[in-house]
Design a binder for this molecule. Structure first.
Ligand code: ADP
Ligand code: MG
Length: 238
């Protein structure tokens, strides 16, 4: 579970086509990174997958099923934003529990899932604190915890580390990679940071002005960039 397929997907804002017809398959369990300069359409593409934007045309499939008409909350995907979007008046425990409470999950199951998520994210000692009493990295982990307990078939990350300082960012990259190994769930990760893309991805999708320049593993892109844009962007020697 967790294969996402885009077939001839387009997006226009008014008369401006920001995503020309685009085809892409994200395989189950893969860590896929969308990388490209600011304004190239990374967030738009992720929001189309999440259902937070409507496609102008084309088909989106999740595990083979046409997801076009499925509302965001029913797609089985969990989005993690750079602004953590935590509830400031609620404890970490309540923040993580929130999606389960909304879905009517019983208390014992909630507690078990919160404990498991907290353990996976090194948050066990912080469950009774409020977001204001946490560091930026800890807040980002709470946001990820809130996504984990929904047991999504895929996680969608939009530049989740861009609010963190450089040192913390390196640590969080490792934590997210570790989490991907543990959960083996599809992750789609948007960044404009080449280093992040090269170090975290199984597969990199290089975007430019809404279209795909190249798709490949970090090594493939490094050794055989298709053109000077890809080479320049990922810093390979072509
Ligand atoms: P990225 O995430 O790669 O920086 P975005 O997906 O945010 O890029 O934006 C892609 C293009 O679409 C940009 O030119 C941006 O200005 C435009 N755009 C994004 N959202 C909207 C919107 N809601 N209305 C109009 N234009 C938008
Ligand atoms: Mg963006």
């Amino acid at each position: 579970m967790g294969q996402i397929t885009l077939e001839k997907v387009t997006k226009k804002f008014g008369n401006v086509e920001v995503i020309p017809p685009l085809d892409l398959t994200i395989h189950d369990g893969e860590f896929t990174v969308f990388v490209g300069p600011s304004g190239c359409g990374k967030s738009t593409l992720l929001r189309l997958i999440a259902g937070l934007e409507d496609m102008t045309s084309g088909t989106l499939r999740i595990d083979g099923q046409d997801a076009t008409a499925i509302p965001p909350a029913k797609r089985g995907l969990a989005m993690v934003f750079q602004s953590y979007a935590l509830y400031p008046h609620m404890s970490v425990r309540k923040n993580i529990a929130f999606p389960m409470r909304m879905a009517g999950v019983d208390q014992a199951t909630q507690n078990a899932k919160i404990d498991a998520a907290a353990k996976a994210l090194n948050l066990t000692d912080y469950l009774d604190r409020r977001p204001g009493q946490l560091s930026g990295g800890q807040r980002q982990r709470v946001a990820i915890g809130r996504a984990i307990v929904r047991e999504p078939s895929a996680f969608l990350f939009d530049e989740p580390l861009s609010n963190l300082d450089a040192a913390l960012r390196v640590g969080m990259r490792l934590e997210i990679s570790e989490l991907h190994k543990k959960l083996a769930t599809t992750m789609v990760y948007v960044t404009h940071d080449q280093v992040e893309a090269m170090t975290m991805a199984d597969k990199i999708v290089v975007l430019r002005a809404g279209h795909i320049e190249q798709v490949g593993s970090p090594l493939e892109l490094y050794h055989t960039p298709r053109n000077t844009f890809v080479a320049g962007f990922i810093g390979s020697p072509k």
